[in-house]
Design a protein around this ligand. Structure first.
Ligand code: ADE
Length: 241
């Protein structure tokens, strides 16, 4: 496979619909992407198959029990290779963005650790985790959805995953800007006509219109994105008009 993901999770069933649907499902079936799941519960040794443990210092909530979690991550590293990047999904991590997603496409073996309960022991992070990533400033009940978000965003950039390979090149954020508006049939909807330039057949005019709309939208909705962007001369010219 081009890209191999290991997922350490107490809820493997959550991944099943995702792994089998749409472009990701097709990439898995075509062998472009391989996903292996490691469930800490399979590494328990007691009769109740315990996977949680109490936090030192007390307080509400539980943590993931160290031994089953550690053994699951270690087994994932044996399976995917000791050079794998181990990522822990947590609100305490760096916020994921398209630049980070692009850099993950260069790493063929990524192990995603999905936390549950109040999280994991800090020493497990220190010993086994390479990077901590968040998918945004809100709290989810586990790292499974964030792990799927990361796999989805990375997979669609891999060669041969998207049917139309240009769509990943042209979409929102690839040039650091928001996307332009899109239109399909009918040519008038709710009294609103499709912008006539899109019916003109003039590809250069269409490209300029799309770039202008993308810049206008970014300026209006996400001016913060323009701060650390190296705009082309053409983009600067449009923005100054
Ligand atoms: N786990 C819980 N919330 C999360 C978030 N926002 N990002 C990544 N992992 C999480």
């Amino acid at each position: 496979p081009t890209q191999r993901f290991g997922v350490v999770t107490l809820f493997p069933e959550m991944f099943e619909p995702f792994l089998n649907q749409g472009v990701f499902g097709r990439a898995v079936r075509n062998g472009i992407i391989q996903v292996d799941i490691f469930n800490p519960r399979d590494y328990t040794t007691d009769k109740h198959r315990t996977v949680d443990d109490r936090p030192y210092g007390g307080g509400p909530g539980m943590l993931m029990m160290v031994q089953p979690l550690t053994d699951a991550i270690s087994d994932a590293k044996i399976a995917l290779g000791e050079n794998s990047l181990v990522v822990y999904l947590t609100p305490q991590g760096k916020t994921l963005n398209q630049t980070a997603v692009q850099s993950f496409t260069q790493l063929p073996n990524i192990i995603l650790v999905a936390g549950r309960y109040e999280g994991i022991d800090e020493r497990v992070i220190n010993a086994l985790v390479d990077q901590e990533w968040s998918i945004g400033d809100y709290v989810l009940s586990g790292g499974e959805l964030p792990a799927m978000v990361l796999m989805d965003s990375v997979s669609r950039l891999l060669p041969d995953v998207l049917g139309h390979s240009q769509s990943a090149v042209e979409d929102s954020f690839t040039n650091g800007l928001l996307d332009c508006p899109h239109y399909t049939r009918p040519d008038v909807l709710n009294g609103e006509a499709v912008p006539s330039v899109l019916l003109s057949g003039n590809h250069e005019k269409i490209r300029q219109w799309r770039l202008t709309k993308a810049l206008e939208r970014t300026l209006e909705r996400r001016p913060d994105l323009l701060n650390y962007l190296a705009l082309t001369e053409e983009q600067q010219k449009i923005l100054s008009q």
